[in-house]
Structure formats: C-alpha cells, structure tokens
Design a protein around this ligand. Structure first.
Ligand code: BGC
Length: 494
C-alpha cells in the first residue's frame, strides 16, 4: 500500500520543483507567443482596446453562460456617484445547467436560454415592454468565440460536455441568441459579447485600476490579459475593418484560452493519459484536464480505482457508484481537504452520502486518508500548473511592455480571480499564490524561497517575487457584472 502511495507522490510531486516549473513556464511562454502570431482558437483578440475608466454608468441586463450555471442579473454601474456601490449586481437568478441542458443541440440550447431570459424579465416585471426602449443586454460566454465586433462573434468549439455547437459551428452567436429571443418577442438587444475571462477582467478593472489579468478557475479555466497589440500576428486582425490593420490600437484585451496550452510541457501521469484518451475532445485542453473542477475529481477517481484493484485499499469495498466516469465531484474532495479531524468523519459522511458502500459497510480510516492524500497530490499539482501558466503570461506582458522585473514597479499586477475552485477549494488560491511568488522571485533574480515558504503554508517574510502578482477574488459576481461593464464600454465607443 505504501509503495502505491509513494509512487503516486513521486509522479505528482517530482515535476513541482521550482526549477522544473520555471522551465515549464518558459515553454508555455513560447507557446503563447506562437499562438499570438497565428491560431484561430486561442489568443483571441477582443474589440476591447481600453480598460474601463471606472466612470461608466448605466443599467443593463447581464447574462453569464458558465459550465454549470446560467446567471442572469440586472447590473447597475454607478460610476463615481458618491455614497453608492460602484458596481451593483441585482436580482440575480441562477439556473443550473445539468447534463440534459448540456446535451441540447444548436437552436434548442438558445431557445432554452431565451426561455430563462423571459422568465427573469417576467420575474422583474420587464416582459415585452415594447413601449420602452429595448433593454440593453451583455453576455459573458464561457467558451471560445472569434469576435467580429463588440456585439458579435463566431461560435467556436465548446468543451465542458456541451453540445450546443452541433449544427451551428462558426455561426454568429448574437444572431443565434437574438433569433431565439425575437421568437419569444422579448424586448432585449444584445449589445456586447465577451468571454467570461474578459468579463472578469473588465469587472475588476472597473473597480481596481491595477487589474491587467484575470483567472477563471471553476468548471473550466482561462485567463484574459491586456496586452500590447504589437504582439499579435497580422492574421489575427485581418478580417477587421481597415483601420484595425492600418492604425491598430496600442493595447487589446486578449482571451488567451489558456486551458488549451501545456500539451508540450505539462507532464502526464498514466491517469491523465486515460482521462485524455477517453475524453470526447482528446488533447483539446491539456491544462484544463489537469486543473479544473470538471476534472480534479475524475483524476482522483482513476487513481482510487487502480488502488482498489491492485492494493489492499478499499478491499472489497469500493463504492459501486465510483466505477462510472466523472462521478467523484471536486466538492467531495474539498470536504476531505477541509476536514482536520483525526478519523476524517466529516468528510466520510459527505463521501458516503454520494458513494455508499455495498451492504452498509463503511470505508476504513486508511481508505479515507488515501482519498485525502491523493486529492492533495492532484490539487497541489493543479495549483502549481495554474501558477506556471499565469507566471508565463505575466512575464510575457512585463517584457512586451518593456517593464523592469524589480519590485515596486509597474510589473506589479492584480489578477482578478473567479470560479469555484479558486474561490472555494480550501487552500487552493494560497497554493497558487505561493508558487507564483516563488516563480516571480526567480524572474526577479532571487531563488524563489519566499514563495516556497508560502506554498508550504508557513508564510514567508517576503522575498523578491512576493507581491508582483496579487491574486484577488474579483468582487461580486464578476462574470455577470463584467458583461454589464462590457455593454457600458461598447456604448462609450458609440
Ligand atoms: C473555455 C473558456 C472559458 C473557460 C472558463 C474553458 O473551457 O474554453 O472559453 O473562459 O473554460 O470558463
């Protein structure tokens, strides 16, 4: 049994040495540069060439289509009005996106969305108010889109088990949504579409002017970044009006689609290989398959399954429900991470509620500890890989802007974070921050020690890289409120 645990430990921990992570970050940086030159699925430029000033005002209907929920809210931007919250997200309604909804194809999915919008308008007494001006609407979309204007974009490949793309690939997302809304006679007009990573960046930048990068880490992962346009290859702006290629704006918000990177450098264990080869889109999102809410539980499940077959763990007691793929939820792992009791009885109750053993048996304390140990290996590696991906982005920006790597300089940025894993998984954000501090420490000429201390949870006295990147949970419902900010920015453009 110990041999098995030692092997898993080695496979997951060996690549996490700071020197190794630095190398991975270097390769990721090269991959980013290549895809900024040419790729039609990642490093996708938006039309957003300035960050919000914080003065924008207005009321908007905002939608956030996430991996497991659709959120609809009224968003109010109060600008610099004294005494009121600058960014208000009101009357938010959340609709679960379960397997049945994920299976809806093409128009069916957009009709389902329109029904939920109708429901929300009825709830807010705003239905079919044809005598009024149309309600301006913004959309945060948690999948790649090729933007064709602030308010339109071609729908691209969708991960996370969604089938909405079937039959409509490459079509205009605004037309698809508006056609469904018009069929229901809804008095709304879609004025801005943004990827959810850009929405979070815009929402937090509206409140905190040091925000330059976002991190989404929930069901999926992604990052948007405000970068000099000079980093983009010609082909990236070719389909835009002439002024974009003749006098491009100095900066743009780029949806990196970070989840799709890492295929060349992130090491794979045999369990990652099983996950990848049985996935409907193998190799599509190497980073995502190792780090997000949709996959962390599955990697742990695959390891536990092997343990039950080849060691004395779970002998005769492997929960039958865990034989099926994707049955171990990341929230169950979080319960193990949060339980500091000696016998893990709190986590055990959570585990057994979803995964009862046969004949009323209970898992042994050794089995429960195995779940926690394996979960720690898998989530610690995930945090380190996410940190590598962010460090590579930060370095790219710092170099492209011609900034120095010293402390107290403009290279310091806030990363606006959103998503269940980074917000709620015990210790996850602290681990990402610790590795980032270590990596930035090395970039700033140190040995990365301070970060390593933070990573180990002891807290460091501060070091070269500490504070260069600050991971901050974005305020409020940043994806949905960011969709509102995007409409305000589009309005300001005229
Ligand atoms: C999608 C991105 C999205 C991210 C976070 C990824 O799977 O490709 O577009 O931003 O998940 O929701």
């Amino acid at each position: 049994m110990d041999d098995f645990v030692d092997e898993v430990r080695w496979l997951f921990e060996a690549p996490l040495e700071l020197r190794q992570l630095m190398l991975m970050s270097g390769v990721l940086g090269e991959e980013y540069k290549e895809k900024l030159q040419s790729s039609d699925i990642s490093m996708l430029p938006s039309y957003q060439h300035t960050l919000p000033t914080g003065k924008e005002k207005g009321d908007f209907l905002a939608l956030d289509v996430g991996g497991s929920t659709l959120r609809i809210a009224l968003v109010r931007l109060a600008g610099e009005e004294p005494g009121v919250d600058k960014l208000q997200t009101k009357r938010i309604r959340t609709f679960a996106i379960d397997r049945v909804i994920r299976d809806l194809q093409g128009r069916e999915f957009f009709d389902w969305m329109a029904d939920r919008i109708a429901e929300t308008l009825t709830y807010n007494n705003r239905t079919h108010s044809t005598q009024n001006a149309k309600l301006p609407m913004g959309l945060a979309w948690s999948f790649p889109i090729e933007q064709t204007s602030q308010r339109s974009g071609r729908i691209l490949a969708m991960g996370k088990g969604f089938r909405a793309l079937q039959g409509v690939e490459g079509q205009d997302l605004t037309t698809l949504i508006m056609t469904s809304c018009q069929r229901k006679n809804l008095n709304v007009t879609l004025k801005a579409i943004v990827n959810d990573s850009s929405a979070t960046l815009l929402a937090q930048a509206y409140l905190d002017p040091r925000t330059r990068i976002s991190l989404i880490l929930g069901t999926g992962t992604n990052s948007a970044i405000y970068l000099p346009t000079s980093l983009l290859g010609r082909s990236k702006l070719l389909s835009r009006p002439a002024q974009w290629t003749e006098t491009p704006p100095p900066h743009l918000v780029i949806n990196t689609e970070m989840s799709m990177f890492g295929g060349r450098t992130l090491p794979q264990t045999r369990w990652d290989k099983i996950l990848n080869s049985t996935h409907p889109l193998p190799d599509f999102q190497p980073l995502e398959y190792k780090s997000t809410g949709r996959y962390l539980g599955e990697i742990v499940r695959l390891i536990l399954l092997e343990a039950s077959e080849s060691t004395a763990f779970f002998s005769q007691t492997f929960p039958p429900s865990l034989l099926d793929p994707y049955t171990l939820e990341t929230t169950t792992l979080a319960a193990f991470e949060a339980d500091s009791s000696h016998d893990l009885h709190i986590a055990s109750a959570v585990f057994q509620a979803s995964h009862p053993l046969l004949k009323g048996l209970c898992p042994s304390v050794a089995d429960l500890r195995l779940v926690r140990t394996v979960s720690r290996f898998v989530t610690t590696r995930a945090a380190a890989f996410i940190a590598c991906a962010l460090h590579a982005l930060w370095k790219l920006r710092t170099e492209a802007e011609g900034l120095g790597f010293e402390r107290e300089c403009e290279a310091r940025v806030t990363v606006a974070c959103n998503g269940g894993v980074v917000e709620k998984f015990p210790g996850f954000r602290r681990r990402v921050q610790g590795v980032l501090d270590g990596l930035c420490g090395v970039s700033c000429g140190g040995d990365g020690d301070a970060g390593r201390r933070n990573w180990d949870g002891e807290g460091g006295p501060g070091g070269e890289g500490v504070g260069m990147i600050e991971l901050k949970i974005a305020t409020g419902e940043s994806c949905v409120s960011g969709a509102g900010v995007a409409v305000a920015c589009a309005d300001a453009e005229g």
